[in-house]
Design a protein around this ligand. Structure first.
Ligand SMILES: Cc1cc2nc3c(=O)[nH]c(=O)nc-3n(C[C@H](O)[C@H](O)[C@H](O)COP(=O)(O)O)c2cc1C
Length: 277
């Protein structure tokens, strides 16, 4: 079995459809396909210089119109511990060497407009989105660079369950909000693949086509349950939905989407500088 087949089997539980892509499968691409989050960290710390290089990789991500509408907060150990305690269920936040918070940032543009005697008239949903996308791309560039160097990372959107407290802790002004936190450190285990949806569901050629979605999902659930059997006790929202013997990614997703999450986030954002028009 080829290295590429192994990698695709790990990622999708499926073999690649084409057999001419080995040329593209060099070490960096293989590392990207093999990426998984890390929730177990050792005591070894990243140096400030290492962090500086990874942050340079993050800032090398493309940014919409070169406006660079994001900020990255590197927390100190006390803030890292406070955020870990606040979230409560993710001890790897405190265990990681560093915890960063990637933020969408409209505030800097507003200051720049003022400095240059202009009116900032783009307090819009589009700017909100551009900041969130810029922050996400920077985070992904950081994740990729860290992965190339054998470091583990885990994004943490749970910071948005505590947006007000995080904004206060990190001194984020109106117009700045956390998109996600990110742990980084030296992994103590290899983690494991989380099987992805098949490319036939996610990648559309020419026009959007989900006509085969139900069959594809049934097969995906079966592949995932075989590769990563789930403890029935860990089924999502079992107090509301009970324990199902037909439980897989699809039911898990449906259950998660059946409960409103972070309902106060929209109100907080509107109260803190974003018009979202
Ligand atoms: C924006 C974003 C937010 C996430 N937030 C959390 C989080 O709060 N806690 C957590 O444990 N994992 C979080 N994750 C990690 C996902 O759960 C993980 O990527 C997913 O389960 C797939 O696993 P893999 O990345 O190892 O393939 C987040 C990932 C992303 C992209």
């Amino acid at each position: 079995m080829s290295f590429r087949n192994d990698l695709f089997l790990g990622r999708f539980g499926l073999l690649p459809r084409h057999d001419d892509a080995d040329l593209l499968l060099d070490e960096p691409v293989a590392r990207m396909i093999g990426r998984r989050v890390c929730r177990h960290y050792g005591k070894e710390e990243l140096t400030d210089g290492q962090l500086e290089t990874l942050l340079a990789a993050a800032q090398s991500a493309p940014a919409k119109s070169d406006l660079q509408q994001y900020s990255i907060v590197v927390t100190d150990k006390a803030q890292q511990r406070a955020i870990s305690d606040m979230i409560g269920s993710m001890p790897w936040i405190a265990d990681a060497s560093r915890f960063l918070v990637f933020c969408a940032d409209m505030h800097r543009g507003q200051r720049i407009a003022e400095m240059r005697g202009k009116e900032h008239v783009n307090n819009t949903l589009d700017t909100f989105m551009n900041g969130a996308v810029d922050a996400s791309l920077a985070m992904m560039a950081f994740i990729t660079a860290a992965g190339f160097k054998g470091l583990g990372t885990c994004p943490v959107s749970a910071v948005r369950a505590h947006t007000a407290a995080i904004c206060e802790l990190l001194g984020l002004p109106d117009g700045v909000f956390p998109v996600a936190g990110l742990t980084v450190g030296y992994p103590t285990d290899d983690g494991r693949f989380t099987l992805r949806l098949p490319p036939s569901v996610v990648v559309h050629h020419g026009t959007y086509d989900d006509s085969n979605l139900e069959d594809e999902l049934r097969a995906y659930d079966a592949r995932r349950n075989k590769a990563q059997p789930m403890d029935p006790e860990k089924q999502m929202h079992k107090d509301d939905f009970g324990i199902s013997d037909d439980y897989g990614w699809t039911e898990n997703t449906a259950r998660r989407l059946a409960k409103r999450e972070r309902e106060e986030f929209g109100g907080f954002i509107r109260d803190h500088g974003f018009d979202l028009e």
